[in-house]
Design a protein around this ligand. Structure first.
Ligand SMILES: Cc1cc2nc3c(=O)[nH]c(=O)nc-3n(C[C@H](O)[C@H](O)[C@H](O)COP(=O)(O)OP(=O)(O)OC[C@H]3O[C@@H](n4cnc5c(N)ncnc54)[C@H](O)[C@@H]3O)c2cc1C
Length: 404
């Protein structure tokens, strides 16, 4: 069979089978430039400093992000965001996944739940967040309610002026630096418990950070435990209506899981870039270590994982953009998160092995990613919970709809 030669510069990437329009390709290029020029050079300093970069460096990252038009990607333009599709957003997250130490957390942004906020809440919290002037944090998990959020005990009792919140929330990402918390609590209405999201300013009386433990990764922000004791709230502090918490939570999960899947794909890309380059130049026993199949075959397995995971992730993002059944998208986003987070973890482990002793140095990207990728199999629902969601999808929506 004759193989046709293509009119393309040597080394140029293959044309993408996904239909990325000019806008998406330009955005991808901008995000790539930002990741390589602004974020990557800061990684080792961030690692040495336990994830916390100096204030002037953080301010410069924010400024560069805003100048590159990367702040508030999924938020509406009229609120100060970029109005991207999920596919465009996934392409940007993929670039962030190629970097370590989550320095991209400094790119001004806010949780998607603010889309359901009142005009006053949008002015007070969302717009400043997208300008990089304040941070939000999202508090659902509790000591006895993790994989099963229906077990939360946080309560908001009705009072004459609104509600009285009592809760203790665990693992609140950015809870140590956030000015505002979005807190899931049950509004107590007679015998009913109505899951509801509340907006709580950090400086309200009764809000207290009770511990801020160290974790495996060195990221810019902590994940503290926060107590809310008799915090007085009004009707204006509810987001999405009383009893609307569970539904908002589901759309949050779909988006966050796609983001994790995209970043894990980016992580595999970077890991393979660095490790293939290393294995091709490292010689032991008179030959390149890349010539040992014990080194190159695990990398080939990870390349197959990375390519399959990328296709799955971008396809699900595109499906979500096309207004497909949100329930099917929910199952598929879980499948993408499950596959890519497990694959990225295997990939990081294989790459550390290929680097030998150097793979155990904190200055090595594979070492940092090995630690950092671990949590992607835990947060936003563990791998076991993703398997439950996929299994439920196979049963309820049918095998074909979940696979194709
Ligand atoms: C660094 C970090 C940041 C986080 N940030 C946030 C945040 O910002 N906001 C927030 O609300 N939460 C956050 N979380 C919490 C996170 O979402 C939970 O840790 C996660 O959902 C798991 O809950 P858990 O830790 O209580 O584990 P558990 O639910 O106790 O699970 C323990 C083990 O049991 C397994 N298991 C549980 N139920 C089942 C089941 N039905 N079938 C099979 N296996 C099961 C789990 O898979 C897991 O392996 C964060 C966590 C971490 C580590």
């Amino acid at each position: 069979m004759e193989v046709k030669s293509l009119d393309r510069a040597p080394g140029a990437p293959e044309p993408s089978p996904l239909e990325l329009d000019e806008r998406a390709l330009a955005l991808q290029e901008r995000a790539r430039g930002f990741a390589e020029r602004v974020l990557m050079p800061l990684e080792e300093e961030a690692e040495r400093r336990g994830g916390r970069l100096p204030d002037d460096v953080v301010a410069a990252v924010k400024r560069e992000a805003i100048e590159a038009g990367l702040n508030g990607g999924l938020h509406a333009r009229e609120h100060g965001g970029q109005g991207w599709t999920l596919l465009e957003w996934a392409l940007v997250e993929e670039q962030y996944g190629r970097t370590t130490n989550a320095i991209h957390w400094h790119v001004p942004n806010a949780y998607n739940v603010w889309t359901h906020a009142s005009a006053e809440q949008i002015d007070r919290y969302l717009r400043p967040a997208l300008r990089g002037e304040l941070k939000d944090a999202y508090a659902v998990t509790e000591r006895d309610a993790g994989s099963d959020p229906s077990a939360i005990t946080a309560s908001a009792d009705r009072t004459d002026s609104g509600f009285r919140l009592n809760a203790e929330k665990w693992f609140v990402t950015a809870g140590d630096v956030a000015a505002v918390y979005v807190v899931m609590a049950n509004v107590v209405d007679g015998s009913e418990r109505l899951p509801t999201l509340f907006v709580v300013d950090r400086d309200r009386p009764g809000v207290e950070i009770v511990s801020n433990p160290a974790y495996t990764h060195n990221y810019p922000e902590g994940h503290p435990t926060i107590r809310f004791r008799d915090v007085e709230l009004s009707e204006q502090d509810v987001i999405g209506g009383v009893g609307g918490g569970d539904e908002l939570q589901r759309s949050w999960f779909t988006e966050e899981r796609l983001g994790i899947a995209a970043r894990c794909g980016g992580a595999m890309w970077r890991l393979l870039d660095e490790t293939v380059a290393w294995a091709r130049r490292r010689e032991q026993g008179g030959s390149r270590i890349y010539d040992h199949q014990g080194v190159s075959f695990p990398l080939a397995d990870s390349a197959a994982d990375a390519a399959a995971g990328r296709l799955l992730t971008l396809t699900v993002a595109s499906l979500a953009d096309s207004q497909a059944d949100p329930k099917v998208v929910h199952h598929k986003a879980s499948m993408a998160k499950l596959f890519t987070s497990e694959a990225a973890w295997r990939c990081a482990d294989r790459c550390v092995q290929a680097f030998g002793g150097r793979g155990y140095l904190r200055s090595n990207v594979a070492e940092r990613l090995l630690r950092e990728l671990r949590v992607d199999r835990i947060w936003e629902g563990t791998s076991e919970i993703q398997r439950l969601i996929v299994a439920r999808g196979l049963e309820r929506r049918g095998v074909e709809r979940i696979l194709h």
